[in-house]
Ligand binder design. Structure first.
Ligand code: PHE
Length: 344
């Protein structure tokens, strides 16, 4: 053991530069730990001769005290310095992850589907790119008949006997159901449909429908009326009333438009129902015998009813949204309005 040994360790201690608590702890172990440099000097001290002990005892004890003090000093330094250097405000709340919510059209589609499921209807789906036969011909629209003008169509391939087109209604799925399902048939057909319309607050070239079909023996207009009344009460409230106005569709005879009593003013008249107390919600009718026969169903034995509604329209009435375009623009300020309506 020499004086230089002790001074060297002291110089090392003074030169220490720690930036983190971990480094301070490493320094403590290096000098004062069980195998540390100062501990080793004390071990060495045990074996020095008596008179030498006097020479080194004091400086060694002082070295140890200085080491302890230096480590404390370094520890305080990293703690203060740490807080000073950190640019983060550790008390700030964490970043929020924005959860998405279901689109209002999906919410209403699910509500409509759930209501008809309760009535015993199955859900059927079909292609969005359809052929002319399933969208028009099988539904009693003869080729070149002016009734086709009711639904302005996007054609995918023209000039063909049975051209491909974007379906203008999901009645095409009803045709496919009649072709393939055993009788009696009870289906609803939710889906996206396409019409060549100028986009405005009240019309869009893409929208969604739920259409329904019931074919069995002895199905009557009274059954249709009852099914729609029950639906309206589930959808718009137990006090909802319906009324039917005569209408025309090539695939139903007789045909009707259905109005539901205005759920805002309860029939008194307001700007949503334009003062009439009624809101139009769907088209319906008894399936034309020609339509049953086209799909191979005996129209003498069987009869049926069909109805079809626009999902956006029902959603507009439910939430008093006055512009159809909101449903397609994916503006988060609009979509967030429906976060709490996701209970279905
Ligand atoms: N398919 C019709 C439409 O899209 C709606 C409808 C369906 C009307 C079934 C009557 C019966 O406009």
């Amino acid at each position: 053991m020499t004086q230089e040994n002790i001074e060297k360790v002291l110089a090392e201690l003074n030169a220490l530069d720690c930036k983190t608590e971990k480094e301070v702890e490493q320094a403590r172990v290096r000098f004062l730990g069980k195998k540390g440099e100062i501990t080793a000097l004390f071990e060495e001290f045990r074996s020095v001769d008596g008179d030498q002990k006097r020479l080194f005892g004091r400086p060694l004890n002082e070295l140890k005290q200085k080491a302890v003090a230096r480590i404390e000093e370094l520890k305080a330094g990293v703690q203060d310095g740490g807080a000073e250097e950190s640019k983060e405000d550790l008390s700030m709340p964490g970043q929020q992850y924005e959860l998405g919510s279901r689109h209002p059209v999906s919410i209403v589609r699910q509500q409509i589907v759930d209501i008809f499921r309760k009535f015993g209807y199955d859900v059927a789906e079909g292609p969005e790119i359809e052929d002319d036969y399933h969208v028009f011909e099988a539904l009693n629209f003869p080729p070149n008949h002016p009734a086709r003008d009711m639904q302005d169509t996007f054609f995918v391939s023209a000039g063909h006997l049975n051209p491909l087109l974007l379906r203008t209604h999901t009645s095409s799925v009803q045709v496919r159901s009649m072709e393939s399902m055993p009788l009696p048939i009870r289906v609803i057909c939710p889906g996206r449909v396409f019409r060549n319309e100028a986009i405005s607050a009240r019309a869009h070239c893409i929208f969604h429908q739920v259409e329904g079909l019931y074919v069995d023996e002895n199905v009557t207009f009274a059954d249709l009326k009852q099914a729609i009344l029950l639906f309206a009460r589930e959808m718009f409230g137990a006090d909802a009333q319906i009324r039917m106005r005569p209408s025309f569709f090539p695939f139903t005879e007789p045909s009707a438009e259905v109005d539901v009593s205005c759920n805002i003013c309860h029939g008194k008249g307001c700007n949503i129902c334009k003062g009439t107390g009624w809101l139009e919600i769907m088209g319906c009718g008894m399936v034309d015998p020609n339509v049953l026969e086209a799909s191979g169903i005996d129209s003498k034995k069987y009869s049926g009813f069909a109805f079809g509604m626009g999902i956006e329209r029902i959603a507009m009435l439910k939430w008093q949204v006055n512009d159809l375009r909101h449903y397609f623009e994916n503006d988060l300020r609009f979509l967030h309005e429906f976060e709490s309506a996701t209970e279905v």
